[in-house]
Ligand binder design. Structure first.
Ligand code: AMP
Ligand code: MG
Length: 388
């Protein structure tokens, strides 16, 4: 039996980092920046007014100044401001030559072409210096996941095409005579394939490109047929049929198709033997069929593998810490990923932890990670968890 982190290391050894793609900025959200990029200009590209008001050479209570022109965003004042003069200015406009400060409009009384700086005069200078946000050549370092904020920054840097890691293509294969697709009419002994759909969405959220292949029945021929549909996938994920029973064909058929495989009996709950290897050009990962086991293994193994393929590094699922809202019993010899819920009073581990209960997993937003042989823990003690 090997630990979760040893199993992960073996999976990382099989996971390639994929090559970059150049995509338009609008399609770069949710992707991983593959190469560092540099700002192509200063921001702001000129000293800019931070407020609506008047650009002046100096500000002092009681000064009376003559308004000689106007500077708006996108339209600068061509001349120079001198002593005794002011230029009407708006937010984002270039500060005219000669101006040292912008007096906000609330702090002046205007009468025709004259302004009086009142006793409300606030602090200046209300000017954003040129390059104050970033300067030309400033780097946005790779790798990083591009969210809305990074996309806004890249846009301001005038980067219209972004080098991002290609999305990993992942083929998902369910196996089992008992399975039918959601929406179909199951026979009395059948159930609906569920975890494949959960894994599909997990993969989408991770930035992969999942494909759901047809359910493979428990015959050599059916499984071979589905494997023939894998095409150019970077990763083939099979679900179920992974233990060594009469109906567990995945290992045998994949072996016939040339897979160099390894079984890892991982010391974790929920979970079972995990299969990994290569089949042709693709990496293969065999997950347990039990719905909750498959989803937990999705978070603990599949997600880190996808992040590694995306170039985000070879690291386990990130963990956080929180105090327990109520006590839990001692753990056994395996690392246990317990379904739990975050509450204002702390993290609450559910009483029912059977690995077939999708309704409990559906109510969970965290997996509390119990180390092997962890002792009983009381309310208020800190525990580690993987957010879902
Ligand atoms: P297996 O590993 O094939 O023995 O499957 C273990 C358990 O998980 C059995 O109860 C299967 O019916 C169930 N199972 C396997 N694959 C799926 C699936 N895609 N969706 C839901 N349940 C499944
Ligand atoms: Mg099965």
């Amino acid at each position: 039996m090997i630990s979760v982190s040893e199993a992960l290391d073996r999976l990382f050894a099989l996971a390639p980092v994929l090559e970059p793609d150049l995509v338009p900025l609008r399609e770069a959200g949710g992707r991983v920046l593959a190469r560092s990029v540099r700002a192509r200009r200063d921001q702001p590209p000129f000293a800019a007014s931070a407020m609506d008001g008047y650009a002046v050479t100096e500000a002092a209570q009681g000064l009376r100044l003559r308004v000689i022109g106007e500077a708006a965003a996108g339209r600068r004042f061509a001349g120079r401001v001198g002593a005794g003069e002011a230029v009407r200015i708006f937010t984002g406009a270039p500060v005219p030559e000669g101006a040292k400060t912008v007096v906000i409009q609330e702090d002046v009384d205007r009468d025709g072409d004259t302004i009086l700086l009142t006793d409300r005069l606030g602090p200046g200078p209300n000017i954003r210096p040129m390059g104050g946000d970033f300067t030309s050549g400033t780097e946005l370092a790779a790798p990083r996941l591009l969210g809305p904020q990074e996309i806004a920054l890249l846009a301001a840097m005038n980067v219209a095409e972004v080098p991002v890691t290609r999305r990993p293509r992942v083929a998902l294969i369910s196996t089992g005579d008992e399975l039918v697709m959601p929406g179909e009419d199951p026979g009395p002994d059948q159930i609906i394939a569920s975890n494949t759909f959960g894994l599909y969405v997990l993969l989408q959220q991770l930035g992969a490109e999942p494909r759901l292949l047809p359910i493979a029945h428990d015959t050599d021929a059916a499984l071979r047929m589905v494997f023939s549909l894998v095409e150019d996938a970077d990763l083939v994920v099979t679900i179920g049929g992974a233990s060594v029973g009469d109906h567990d064909l995945v290992a045998r058929v994949a072996g016939d198709l040339g897979m160099e495989q390894a079984f890892h009996t991982v010391a974790m709950r929920p979970g079972k033997p995990l299969m990994s290897g290569r089949i042709g050009e693709a990496m293969m990962l065999g997950l347990p069929g039990n719905p909750v086991s498959a989803m937990v293994c999705g978070h603990v193994f599949l997600a880190p593998v996808i992040r590694a393929m995306l170039g985000l590094g070879k690291a386990p699922a990130p963990r956080r810490q929180m105090a327990l809202s109520r006590g839990i019993e001692a753990n056994g010899p395996r690392e246990h990923y317990m379904r739990a819920r975050l509450t204002p009073q702390g993290i609450e581990v559910f009483d029912r932890q059977d690995s077939a209960l999708l309704s409990v997993l559906g109510a969970a937003d965290a997996l509390v990670v119990r180390p092997p042989r962890d002792g009983a823990r009381a309310a208020g003690e800190m525990v580690e968890f993987v957010p879902l």
